[in-house]
Design a protein. Structure first.
Length: 189
C-alpha cells in the first residue's frame, strides 16, 4: 500500500508581499499537526526548516515529550510526535521518503488561494493518486508556500472554502481538515 507523508514547510515560504522568507517553528503547529497526522495514519510528518537554531527548538520539543517528565505526563503527545522528523529541505525530505519507500513521492502543494487551475486537484483525486503512488503533502507557513514550491509541485490541492468570503485558516486547522477529508474518502472507498 502506498503511503501519505506530510511536511510543514518553513522555507521557502512567502510573506504578505510575496517575498520568499523563512518562518520560525511554532510548538503549537508541531504538536497539533503531529496529533492529526497520527490520528489519520500519516506515515511520517516532516518539519522543514534549514536553520540550525530552529532545528534545536524542534529537537528539544520532541525530546521533552519523548522522554522523562513529558513522556510520563502526556504519553499521547509522545505517541503523536513519534513520527515527527526534522528536515533541512524539500530535497532532503524527498530523499528520506525514497529511502523508506524505494521511490520518490508525488508532491502535492496546498494553498488557501486558487493558484493554477490546471494543476489543481480535489481531495478525491489526491486519494486516487495515492492509490497508485506515495504522496507528500506540503503545508505552508507564513503566507503560504513560495511560488517556486508551487511551481515545483506535481499538483496543488484545492483550497478549503468555508461559508463566508474569509479564508485564512491556521495551518494546523487546515491540516486537520484536509486529513479528516482524506480519511473520510479512504473509509468510504
Amino acid at each position: 500500500m502506498n503511503k501519505l507523508f506530510v511536511a510543514l514547510v518553513h522555507y521557502p515560504v512567502s510573506n504578505k508581499n510575496g517575498e520568499t522568507i523563512s518562518t520560525s517553528i511554532t510548538p503549537f503547529d508541531v504538536h497539533d499537526i503531529a496529533r492529526s497526522c497520527t490520528t489519520f495514519g500519516v506515515s511520517a510528518y516532516y518539519v522543514i526548516n534549514p536553520s540550525p537554531g530552529q532545528k534545536k527548538v524542534l529537537d528539544r520539543l520532541i525530546q521533552f515529550w519523548g522522554s522523562g517528565f513529558g513522556k510520563t505526563y502526556n504519553p499521547n503527545r509522545t505517541e503523536a510526535l513519534a513520527n515527527t522528523k526534522h528536515s533541512n529541505s524539500l530535497q532532503d525530505t524527498m530523499e528520506d521518503i525514497s529511502n523508506i519507500t524505494g521511490s520518490l513521492p508525488l508532491i502535492i502543494a496546498t494553498s488557501a488561494k486558487l493558484n493554477n487551475a490546471q494543476k489543481t486537484i480535489s481531495m478525491s483525486k489526491l486519494y486516487e493518486l495515492n492509490q497508485k503512488k506515495n504522496v507528500l503533502l506540503l503545508l505552508g507557513t507564513g503566507w503560504g508556500l513560495s511560488q517556486d514550491l508551487l511551481s515545483l509541485s506535481d499538483f496543488i490541492l484545492e483550497p478549503i472554502y468555508g461559508t463566508e468570503n474569509y479564508n485564512h485558516l491556521s495551518v494546523r486547522a487546515a491540516a486537520a481538515i484536509m486529513l479528516y477529508q482524506y480519511s473520510h474518502i479512504r473509509k468510504t472507498s
